[in-house]
Design a protein around this ligand. Sequence first.
Ligand SMILES: [Zn+2]
Length: 867
Amino acid sequence: MNYKYFTFFALFFTSVITGSMAQLITPEDHFGLKPGSDRNLFLYEDLINYLQKLDKASAKMTMRKIGESPMGKPMYAAFFSNAENIEQLDELRMINKELALNHNLSEKRQAEMIKKGKVFFVATLSMHANEVGPSQAAPLIAHKILSTNDPDTLSWLNDVVYMMIPSHNPDGMNMIVNHYRKYKGTKYEGSSMPKVYHKYVGHDNNRDFVTLTQKDNQAISRIFSNTWFPQVMVEKHQMGSTGPRYFVPPNHDPIAENIDAEIWNWIGVFGMNMIKDMTRKNLAGVSQHYAFDNYWPGSTETCIWKNVIGFLTECASVKSATPVYVEPNELSVWGKGLSEYKKSINMPLPWEGGWWKLSDIMDYEISSTMSIIKTCSNHKEDILKFRNDIAKQEVNKGLTKAPYYFILPGEQHDESEWIDLINLLHRHGIYRYSLTKNIVLQGRNYNKGDVVIPLAQPFRPFIKEVMEKQKYPVRHYTPGGEIIKPYDITSWSLPMHKGVTSIEIDKRSEKLENSLRKIEGLYRPSKKYEDDFYAWFFPFTNNESYKAAFVLKKKGLKVNYFMESSNEKKGGFLIRKQNKNLKEIEQFINELKVKPEILKEKPDHNLHAFTVPEIALVETFLHDMDAGWTRYLFDTYAIPYSVLRPHELKEKDLSEYDAIIFPDNHESIYMKGKYSSDSYYRRNTYPPEYSKGMGKKGKQNLLKYLNDGGKIITWGRSGNLFTGKQVIKDKNDKEEFKLPINDRTKSLKNKGLYCPGSLVEIDIMDKYDYSAGMPDKIGVFYRGRPVYQTETPYFDMDRRVIASFTDENILLSGYSENLELIGGYPAMIWVKKGKGEMVMFTFKPQFRASTPVSYKLIFNSLLFQKK
Ligand SMILES: [Zn+2]
């Protein structure tokens, strides 16, 4: 009898004796209906409650808390395996960690660990909360695994620990379920949910795995970087209703250059087994090599840069839980890799159309999950050996191939972002060192305390990917043919996006390697002050200084600032040293990343009182992720604001606001509450009460607010609200005018301008207060639209260019075509109308909270005037 079967019988009898099998409550009994039945969805708490009941009843499962959602819901991982493995979970975890990180493991020790270890396979379910299927299938999968008597499955579970993250986005899950229930039985059943299905970022929660700003993503990322070190990962999604039924890897080209060939091969093995196993079960329409490419590290799949065999699956959607009927002629393909909806090597068994239900999604989810568990088991020893071998290989590459180190000098323009980067790398499981003495390397001086990131680390691919500048892997469909265009953005270089100087060293240095001390944990400077000084000083150059100003002001302290108009806008915020609130101030200062400077005496500049502006942020109902990211930015920097919906601009007295912000969005969504363009009619999937825009009346109110002395800030496409003819109507008066800006987007696009999301260089004029704390040149995140040009103004209007695109070497990181066309064009414009002013950014200054390099331009626009 082989060992696997022996364990099966032993466990079977143990279970019978302890009676645990009898107590397993079925999903039907717990939820009152079968998960996946038409038009029914359960809430996150019901799901967790069910899993907790199973946990109590079965020795083959356990749950661990892994963190909290942004809105404070506990997040869990549920572990499933045989009882013995669950019993020894922490021991197995240590084996995972050794295999993942110990590149000095001897052959003998490696062999022992492979024998003892288990493959950990983590599945994160429904991060996109409107893709309800995977989380709704969780109870079925859990119950099936725990109650099965199938000898094959039981034998797989001897080798595999299945880690289920029941919901990657618990806040969004409940929002979606509540929205569905609200409209169930009405004509808007299955409609899109207004607002973002997340505290801040909605669908963009899958674009945050490099910057790790959101708590749910931090919880998931810790699994790969710091705690469990699983070898296999799947993130489970859904796609449109009328294409293939299911997507499994491999993905389409292009693929990331920094990932080892063997990772791609393993991903292919899992995908090929899934399509084989699912087709065997008559699940039609499984596709591969389709639509989704694999060069970009922003999603949960960022773990492949940390040597995890990671991939996604995508199932065709229903309308939340409402079945859809698909006519065969409606079946179509939309992405690269399949050019017709026909039998092909990338989809050998097309689905023929008809009813598609939530229960179908359940079948595909169960089947794909079981297939992955099976593949993990069939290749257990190979996978575990691979995990340690690749750690060794990556370390070896770091010792033998350039680049060898990235150095982050302590001397930085924005010290707070430097510290933030050092700590972010720690959260990513990267080892960081500081120099123990001053050294000279390739003709450049480095100082004691400068931070060194050696590439000889198991997670080398990740370090390389996020520290170097990006070069898009250009591939063509056919030799000499069309370029395969990027699916998403093309730049994520952390030093560049944060404005941190990082130097790549292409030669190994013994001198350097002998002068390194490992940085343990989070990097924090010590803070001790002598007693006698005038004030604490927070220079504008640090992003964190703005947070300090807002927080201390809120604590009731008097905050001042001064500008230093030399070549560089220095200046900053200052707080007089005082005995009042001293403890409170010191406590706050101790929690800051950067120690404030000390002013011995009163500075020789005009001191201005810092006042907190009244800010309105306009957020549309249509899954407005850019507005959500802006809320996240403001909350992070303690900047108070109110959210206005576009239709509220009609009636609201806007004069109470010092500034009104329009994040990037199509102007039709602001105006009409739905997308519209001249070229086609896009149907609206939201209930009508959420399809409301500001209309002409709101626009009038807004222009009057501007004319009377208000401030409007726009970025990205929202500036288009203010191009072309503008009208202000009063009782007797009607003023028709045009602001001194022209939209050149179309004409440059026609000339071939293409920029899918890259870091582009701008020059910043240093004579305006808007440039406080900014260097002369930075890279900003730009998506090729809009392009504006200023024009000579008339009457009570004016304009100044605050920043413009550079003329030469404009592309800093990422991909673009004909980008030189925008050289010299304005990137940030100040516009005056009447007594009011506007600040218009053509780039995205807070893009997905991944561009701290340009945050100060937003803060300055809110706080200062053009002078
Ligand atoms: Zn998705």
